[in-house]
Design a protein around this ligand. Structure first.
Ligand code: KG4
Ligand code: ZN
Length: 362
């Protein structure tokens, strides 16, 4: 197979990122991966502010690209192309990235490849473990929550997903309601480890429905109600907080595990040779959720795969890799490539509604 080296660019949310990935006959190689986060810029606002994000991307992109090329020890003209996230995401940031990539391609005479951000996440198990199609993927982060059947580099079937909040968003809101720091996931997990999950009754939404859709926004209302009940009798003590976190986390885990069981059944109906269930996204870092999914995979005879955290969360190596996959299918773009705030991976699936702190969902 001809060796390909691509520069990848990502700016669809609150991370500005650039990376260089190479692939020939051997396993793919990440030559560099630079991520400049914006957490501090948005810290005072309780969420990502699109205008601030867009401006920061525009300021940092050139620098990230230069750094990625320097760390990889390669000049732009020696790359075979530039892959860029063209959506879905916050439009100002996506536009900054697309304009940057167009400029680089025009200047160096390189092919341009627009990548769907979700395809970047979904194809990561091939970058890290050279997994064969088809495999099952659960994308679970602050902005995404969906089950995907990954059948090819440009063939995705959405089996189901959240109809409202993403789980990471629910973790973040829970932390806020209990006075814990952001991002909420790690803080809630640490509290949950000290708590009793049975003390408070949390709902397991939509388990009565046979599909693979999920809902997480009701959990925070349940949490608020239980918290207020405790506070009617006085202050919220450390043990109350730990028990609330444990109950909330167990509910999220149970919903994800129950819906994963259904997604696995749908996937196994395709009779894959070596069945794989992969996760991606920040919430995949949660040890209780991971253990639940791992046990389910062991019981169902699937290999469970969770890419290392820097490749689970937003990065440009996954975009460069998705670009390599598209390059091999001759799926190129030109200067008319548009930035898209919404861009469902599965073009046949019903559009999902729902807002979210991380911007539009596909
Ligand atoms: O994938 P990510 O870095 O960014 C996007 O949302 O795109 O995911 C961040 C989300 C945050 O909502 C954060 O609270 C959550 O992942 N998270 C966790 C844990 N670590 C991060 N949620 C639960 N448990 C964790 N240990
Ligand atoms: Zn993402």
């Amino acid at each position: 197979m001809a060796s390909l080296t691509l520069l990848g660019i990502e700016s669809s949310c609150d991370d500005t990122a650039a990376a260089v990935v190479r692939h020939g006959d051997a396993a793919p190689e990440i030559l560099s991966s630079v991520v400049a986060g914006q957490t501090a810029l948005h810290a005072g606002f309780g969420g990502v502010v699109p205008e601030i994000a867009a401006r920061a991307h525009a300021e940092k992109l050139d620098h990230c690209v230069e750094q990625a090329l320097a760390k990889a020890g390669i000049a732009l003209r020696d790359c075979d192309g530039v892959a860029v996230t063209a959506g879905p995401g916050l439009i100002g940031g996506v536009l900054s990235g697309v304009m940057c990539a167009k400029g680089l391609c025009a200047g160096a005479g390189l092919p341009l490849i627009g990548v769907n951000h979700l395809a970047g996440h979904a194809l990561t198990p091939r970058l890290t473990d050279m997994v064969e199609f088809p495999y099952l993927m659960l994308l679970v982060s602050g902005g995404h929550c969906q089950f995907l059947l990954v059948q090819g580099a440009d063939r995705f079937t959405r089996l189901g997903g959240t109809i409202d909040d993403a789980p990471g968003e629910a973790f973040d809101k829970t932390a806020k309601l209990l006075g814990l720091p952001q991002p909420g996931g790690p803080a809630v997990q640490a509290e949950a480890e000290k708590g009793d999950a049975r003390r408070f009754a949390f709902p397991r939404p939509l388990l009565d429905r046979a599909d693979m859709d999920m809902s997480f926004s009701g959990l925070k209302t349940a949490l608020l109600r239980e918290r207020d009940k405790v506070m009617e009798n006085g202050a919220l003590h450390a043990q109350d907080r730990a028990d609330l976190c444990a109950g909330f986390q167990a509910a999220v885990r149970d919903v994800l595990v129950a819906k994963s069981r259904r997604a696995i059944a749908a996937y196994l109906a395709l009779s894959p040779q070596e069945p794989v269930f992969a996760v991606a996204g920040g919430v995949a870092a949660n040890s209780a959720i991971r253990e639940g999914l791992l046990a389910l995979c062991a019981e169902s005879g699937l290999r469970f795969l969770a890419p290392p955290l820097p490749l689970c969360t937003d990065n440009a190596a996954m975009i460069a890799w998705a670009g390599i996959e598209r390059y091999r299918l001759a799926l190129f773009d030109d200067m008319t490539l548009a930035a898209r705030p919404r861009w469902p991976l599965d073009r046949a699936a019903q559009p999902m509604l729902g807002s979210g702190k991380k911007g539009a969902k596909a």
